[in-house]
Write a protein that binds this ligand. Structure first.
Ligand code: ATP
Ligand code: MG
Length: 230
């Protein structure tokens, strides 16, 4: 049987439990064989001059996935032309794993701006689109967006639309975790705790490399931070 492969792209600056739970729930609910995390080299949408280097974002993902046999991280987008377009990444993955059935996982927030993605209509000619809960939004909002993006789709039920070429667009309700990388970056900058929002090795890595607050890497700074009053 074809391998069922989930893909989760992101800037992962830094990775957090929102990403990990989205991948975990998709893995279990869709009976995937594995989920590949794809850190973006140069995100087409985000114009963040302070974006952390690819190697550090990649390393944080690697640390977060350690010990989970069905999660993998790929550095494919580092090697592909920039900016990183998901359709291009998918084309390469398709060649690398010819028999694979791909499930492209994205949050509802990302789906709402899907029409801004490069050649977005071609993405579900290579992979199923799996939209997980994030922020506001419900089945009705999802349905409206699917009709707008893919008028040729046929509705199977509230959660599932079929597209002409055998692929589908699905809404996958997951436990809503209101965590974002933006929040973590700001918290570190403001000396607020990020414990229990990302795995401990990622948290340690952030401090060791002075990410989001360069002075935190200096000796003693970490202890002061951990003890700082509210
Ligand atoms: P930033 O705040 O920098 O935009 P982010 O937390 O949104 O970061 P991204 O790297 O932009 O993380 O997200 C990658 C993918 O993971 C997107 O499809 C996004 O919708 C999804 N995602 C991120 N956080 C969550 C979450 N808490 N729950 C569900 N999906 C999430
Ligand atoms: Mg985001």
């Amino acid at each position: 049987m074809a391998a069922r492969i989930g893909l989760l792209g992101g800037t992962f600056d830094p990775i957090h439990f929102g990403h990990l739970r989205a991948a975990e729930e998709a893995y279990q609910k869709l009976a995937l064989d594995k989920v590949i995390f794809l850190p973006t080299a140069v995100p087409p949408h985000k114009k963040r001059p302070d974006l952390s280097p690819f190697s550090l974002r990649f390393e944080m993902v690697r640390l977060a996935l350690s010990g989970v046999p069905y999660f993998e991280v790929s550095d494919l987008e580092r090697r592909l032309p920039k900016p990183s377009y998901s359709i291009k990444t998918l084309e390469v993955l398709k060649e690398q794993v010819p028999g694979g059935e791909f499930f492209f996982i994205l949050g509802f927030d990302a789906f709402l701006e899907f029409e801004t993605w490069y050649e977005y209509q071609r993405i579900p000619t290579l992979a199923h689109l799996i939209v997980v809960t994030r922020g506001g939004g419900d089945e009705a909002a999802f349905a409206a967006k699917v009709r707008e993006l893919f008028p040729e789709s046929k509705q199977e039920n509230n959660f599932w639309w079929r597209l002409p070429r055998g692929f589908s667009v699905r809404y996958l309700p997951i436990l809503r975790l209101d965590i974002s990388s933006t929040f973590l970056r700001k918290a570190v900058k403001n000396r607020e705790s990020i414990r229990f929002l990302t795995p401990d090795p990622v948290r340690d890595f952030i401090f060791a490399h002075g990410l989001y607050a360069a002075d935190l890497a200096s000796p003693g700074a970490r202890e002061d931070y951990d003890k700082s009053p509210e």
